[in-house]
Design a protein around this ligand. Structure first.
Ligand SMILES: [Zn+2]
Length: 187
């Protein structure tokens, strides 16, 4: 069990700078480096060995901002896509929620629900988020950076539309991608 978990690193983990990185990456991100990496999209900052929400970064540096900014040099500040945007760029995801036969009257409500879940997840962990959301006919397709977020979105929808939907969860073979199908016409 434990060995299986080790083997299946999530996409996010693979993109994140961390323990399992190559020596090159270790040199770039390794301990002792006083470095800040900003995602060009402006929402995520890498410092203290992990990615954080920009709000958290500002909060933690606000009080001693003068000193910190004074000591920054160009070498300390880099720009690079955060793992979530990297996944987005490479059209990768780990969770997928496919809502079929969406009644027009629920479309807005579903979009709001997903957007709220996205925001809440991202505030907790800046790399945990919705990567894509689109309507295709009467289907609503959502992809997420973590499969747990897809599961949380699905169970929230199940909670709100209890008697109107049926749900089916499948896991991609040999991978971590979780696909959840929700059908308003039921199966
Ligand atoms: Zn980003």
């Amino acid at each position: 069990m434990a060995s299986k978990q080790e083997k299946t690193k999530s996409i996010k983990e693979r993109y994140s700078s961390g323990e399992q990185k190559s020596r090159h990456a270790m040199a770039e991100f390794g301990p002792g480096k006083r470095e800040f990496i900003f995602c060009p999209h402006g929402e995520a900052v890498y410092f203290k060995k992990s990615w954080h929400h920009i709000a958290k970064f500002l909060r933690s540096y606000e009080t001693r901002s003068h000193k910190v900014y004074e000591t920054w040099s160009r070498k300390d500040v880099k720009f690079r896509l955060c793992p979530a945007h990297e996944m987005m760029k490479n059209k990768q995801y780990e969770g997928e929620v496919i809502i079929k036969n969406v009644p027009a009257k629920f479309r807005r409500e579903l979009l709001n629900l997903i957007e709220n879940m996205d925001e809440r997840a991202m505030r907790k962990d800046v790399l945990d988020r919705v990567l894509g959301i689109k309507m295709a006919g009467n289907r609503l397709l959502t992809t997420t950076s973590e499969n747990q977020l897809a599961q949380r979105i699905a169970s929230k929808i199940g909670e709100v539309f209890k008697k109107q939907v049926a749900m089916k969860i499948s896991r991609a073979k040999g991978g971590d991608i979780v696909r959840i199908e929700i059908d308003f016409n039921q199966f």
